[in-house]
Design a protein around this ligand. Structure first.
Ligand code: PEP
Ligand code: MG
Length: 576
């Protein structure tokens, strides 16, 4: 099968078919003589979910003695535990199985659908929100019917390193869970190159392919598969010769990685002595190990929204403060750029927390934060308080207008004034930067240069918005093109203007970690790259092998060309 390789490397392992949207169930008939057995299967699943929730409740109550947040989660578990005992979910599906001779999953789903439809008419918002609980409990029962339990499939706990996940789609929230149960690789039928799901795969350093379209139909559970994330190929049930060939390739790439490891302590500068800063992008404080192993000069992008995902409540100021402080201290004086909440598009909050859709063109990132001043204030206070413990900087995502810049600074001033009044210490001269990821910002750059301490170019969104290509949509993934002349001109012009104005500028989108673009960006005048730690040493190797004075003419020729084929050809020569 051919797909879009979004994270390089080779994995060999056994397929595990993931059904995360588990309310999509099949409907089939049961012969009458097996109806009793089907009811027993249903009862067993309900019993398993009861036991699972009971155990969770006990654990959380014990943890609650240590932290307040577990108490809140325990309250949700209690609601779920009560719902399992509700006859609608645990008794009525039995009569449906009996009456209609259908499978247990279908019986439960039809009951749940009816119930959810009734909820839709309820006026009371609190009660209406309980829809999510009903759905989640039903999904738990359906998971138990398929022999799985909890959000992370049982199988992953046992032998994650040998498991290749095969899914229709995975959300960034699903993938972040793999940080604790790292799988060998994953492949999905939907998705695009710079969807956050793909970005996370690269950060985990595991091969991944998206946009395969039919993998869910073609791959069977437990089948042996090879995933080649570099070539964008999946081989199902390979013969011995192919298997041996891929084992050899895998071994070679391990050796190459080990060799690269030696560059960790090398000074990052070009052949003609130009110093280039290489920073790391992180999602969670637990990524600090990978940052240390990469030898990064600090964290150039902390995507703080991942602290807000996979949970039913918002992180408190205290919790955020602890997370930011951990990173600031862990970096031992190296800088950390904390990006304020960039929720929206494919990074969603729990539906119970936020009702609007936050589409890519909607109430996303800074727009959302300015519309929810309380949430923004809590985060700004937490970041400011952490600024005492290291070199902490603030980065604002998705800025497009002067009004937003003004409102953002006003919000920062309010947070600072509150902390001062409370006698809480922070770095009063904390640097505040802005992401340049909307074409309007790139075009009207002087407005941003005048107000901000530094800039960071988010090429993922800049490409998405310049070319009008949804970065998560597999149908247009082939049109998503970092080398489009319009994109290159915007990036080159932002770097040039920032350098002239002496405002520090970095690139923190995926282009920064793509080694085939390192020389091009150096030629544009970029001296600060921020990328996933897994890519950093490869980029450093390229920096060490580049002489900026020798590529300038070549890069100018690329910029003069408006023809995509010629641009590609010239880029190949540049990298040769
Ligand atoms: C970007 O848009 O390039 C970026 C770095 O931000 P994110 O990928 O999180 O949207
Ligand atoms: Mg972005």
């Amino acid at each position: 099968m051919h797909g879009l390789g979004v994270s390089a490397g080779i994995a060999i392992g056994h397929a595990h078919l993931v059904t995360l949207a588990s309310l999509e169930v099949d409907h089939y008939s049961i012969p009458e003589e097996f109806v009793t057995r089907e009811i027993k299967r249903f009862d067993k699943a309900v019993k398993a979910v009861r036991a699972e929730l009971d155990a969770l409740e006990v654990d959380l109550k014990a943890a609650h003695k240590l932290d307040a947040q577990s108490g809140d989660i325990a309250a949700f578990v209690t609601v779920h535990r009560m719902l399992v005992d509700d006859p609608t979910l645990s008794v009525e599906p039995r009569s449906i199985i009996e009456r209609e001779c259908c499978n247990a999953e279908w019986a439960l789903k039809s009951r749940v659908d009816e119930l959810l439809a009734q909820f839709a008419d309820v006026q009371d918002e609190y009660l209406r929100e309980r829809r999510t609980d009903v759905r989640q409990v039903a999904e738990r029962i359906i998971s138990a019917l398929s022999g799985q339990g909890g959000a992370v499939p049982e199988k992953l706990r046992e032998r994650a390193e040998d498991t290749i996940l095969v899914a229709r789609d995975l959300s960034p929230a699903d993938v972040i869970l793999f940080k604790d149960h790292q799988v060998a690789a994953f492949i999905t039928d939907l998705g695009g190159r710079t969807s956050h799901t793909a970005i996370l795969a690269r950060s985990l350093g595991i091969p991944a392919l998206v946009a395969l379209h039919t993998s869910r139909e073609l791959v069977r559970e437990d089948e042996l598969i090879i995933v080649d994330g570099t070539q964008g190929i999946v081989i199902v049930d390979p013969d011995e010769t192919v298997l041996a060939e891929y084992r050899l390739k895998q071994h070679q790439s391990t050796l190459e990685r080990q060799k690269l490891g030696r560059l960790k302590v090398a000074t990052s500068e070009t052949l003609d002595g130009i110093s280039v800063e290489l920073h790391a992008n992180i999602e969670l404080p637990s990524d600090l190990d990978a940052v240390a192993q990469s030898g990064a000069a600090g964290v150039g992008l902390f995507r703080s929204e991942f602290l807000f995902m996979n949970r039913r409540d918002l992180p408190t100021e205290e919790e955020q403060f602890e997370a930011y402080k951990t990173v600031a201290e862990g970096l031992k004086g190296l800088p950390v750029v904390i990006r304020t909440l960039d929720i929206g598009a494919d990074k969603a909050l729990d539906p119970s927390l936020s009702t609007s859709g936050h589409s890519a063109l909607g109430l996303r990132a800074i727009r959302y934060c300015l519309a929810e001043p309380q949430i923004f204030n809590t985060q700004l206070r937490a970041i400011l308080r952490a600024s005492r413990f290291g070199d902490v900087r603030i980065l604002i995502p998705m800025l497009a207008s002067a009004v937003e810049i003004r409102q953002t600074f006003a919000a920062i001033d309010v947070a600072k004034a509150q902390l001062k009044a409370e006698g809480k210490k922070f770095n009063e001269r904390i640097l505040v930067g802005g992401m340049i990821e909307i074409p309007a910002a790139a075009i009207a750059l002087p407005m941003f240069l005048a107000k901000l301490d530094f800039l960071s170019i988010g090429t993922n969104d800049l490409i998405q918005y310049t070319l009008a290509i949804d970065r998560t949509d597999d149908a247009v993934a082939h049109l998503y093109d970092p080398l489009h002349p319009a994109v290159l001109h915007l990036i080159a012009s932002v770097i040039e203007q920032a350098n002239l104005a002496k405002v520090p500028v970095a690139v923190c989108g995926e282009m920064a970690g793509d080694v085939s673009l390192t020389r091009l960006l150096l030629g544009f005048g970029l001296r600060d790259f921020s990328m996933h730690p897994a890519n950093l040493l490869l980029v450093k190797q390229r920096v060490l092998m580049t002489s900026v004075s020798q590529i300038t003419e070549h890069v100018a020729a690329i910029m003069r060309s408006g023809d995509p084929d010629e641009i590609r050809e010239r880029l190949e020569q540049l990298n040769a």
